[in-house]
Design a protein around this ligand. Structure first.
Ligand SMILES: *[C@@H]1O[C@H](CO)[C@@H](O)[C@H](O)[C@H]1NC(C)=O
Ligand SMILES: *[C@@H]1O[C@H](CO)[C@@H](O)[C@H](O)[C@H]1NC(C)=O
Length: 311
């Protein structure tokens, strides 16, 4: 009785428990120890370091917060990032890993699949399907909070990701593993035409960038991904079954956004004051459409190489 009371007191006395857990976690990299979501830091990072992406900031923050605050989600969080290169898709996906796990992107529970690296030969799709399924299943058994990032979706063999369908839906508890706490992120340039057209129309009509609304975009992106045969989502049951929580459009960046990327990287290197370099890289940006010089072709990609050039 006394012993039970002692344990009860101990358990309700958090510091002691925390110390115990800290001690345990100092020699364990188990899922429970590594999974340390920091929602505030994530929101702040997305707000402060992702430039020109009001839709991304709103959707990703909102969905991740909602998902993590739900102790018993009825389905995993599935985000599909779309947009031209250099607009921040990879950046935001690594922010998720960074703020959800103590060991950040090097966490053994953050899994990245790159089409050209993991699934290079289109006609091996049946073999890839078997592999992917057993990996994801194995990874989820080790850690229900696993994050799966699928990069270069526009180069995934069609039909491959459909093997994930059973993991993405609601109410799947297979072999006692809860599959509903995982996070999936798909990254692709598919749908960039739709997104860039919306951004261009917005710009040409003289509206604020923030006036670009999500309403029409999400459906249009889903359709583009579903109908484009060079997309890994071509005729995908995942889209058909509406298993993607949100389609997230990354808008093309204008010169002023690219300059913010440059400044931020300069500051990280201790050269905050070099506005001459910001200017020089800004002048070097290639635009599309050429007429009007609205958007950078490469966004913030390769900015650091250009900084090297002008620094
Ligand atoms: C987890 O996924 C990786 C691929 O990212 C794979 O190599 C590994 O075998 C998987 N782990 C398990 C237990 O299946
Ligand atoms: C399919 O996607 C590719 C790559 O994003 C794009 O270049 C092409 O125009 C798209 N095709 C159609 C029919 O939308």
């Amino acid at each position: 009785m006394l012993a039970a009371l002692c344990i009860l007191v101990l358990l309700s006395f958090c510091p002691a428990l925390c110390v115990f857990q800290k001690l345990y976690c100092s020699f364990s990299d188990s899922c429970d120890c590594d999974f340390r979501p920091n929602i505030r830091d994530l929101e702040w990072d997305i707000y402060k370091n992702v430039f020109g992406q009001h839709l991304v900031q709103d959707i990703v923050s909102e969905e991740v917060v909602k998902f993590l605050q739900n102790k018993n989600p009825d389905r995993p969080l599935v985000l599909s990032f779309h947009g031209s290169s250099g607009t921040g898709k990879t950046l935001v996906s690594s922010m998720l890993g960074t703020h959800l796990f103590a060991s950040a992107m090097s966490s053994p529970y953050v899994h990245q699949f790159v089409a050209t690296l993991h699934f290079p030969v289109p006609h091996r799709v049946q073999q890839y399907r078997r592999e992917l399924k057993s990996w994801v299943q194995g990874n989820l058994t080790e850690c229900a909070h696993s994050i799966f990032i699928f990069d270069e979706m526009e180069r995934m063999p069609a039909g491959l990701v459909d093997v994930l369908e059973p993991f993405l839906g609601p109410s799947h508890v297979v072999f006692y593993t809860n599959y509903r706490k995982a996070v999936y992120v798909f990254i692709s340039s598919t749908g960039e035409e739709v997104i860039n057209r919306a951004a261009l129309e917005n710009r040409q009509s003289g509206q604020e960038r923030e006036a670009i609304a999500l309403a029409d975009l999400e459906d249009a992106i889903a359709q583009a991904a579903y109908n484009n045969h060079t997309s890994g989502f071509f005729q995908s049951s995942i889209i058909q079954q509406k298993l993607i929580t949100r389609f997230v459009p990354f808008l093309p960046l204008s010169r002023r956004h690219v300059e913010r990327c440059v400044l931020s990287q300069l500051c990280q290197r201790g050269h905050c004051g070099r506005s001459d370099v910001v200017d020089a890289v800004g002048r070097d940006v290639a635009f599309h459409p050429v007429q009007g010089q609205y958007f950078s072709t490469t966004g913030c990609k390769a900015v650091s190489a250009k900084i090297d050039l002008f620094l």
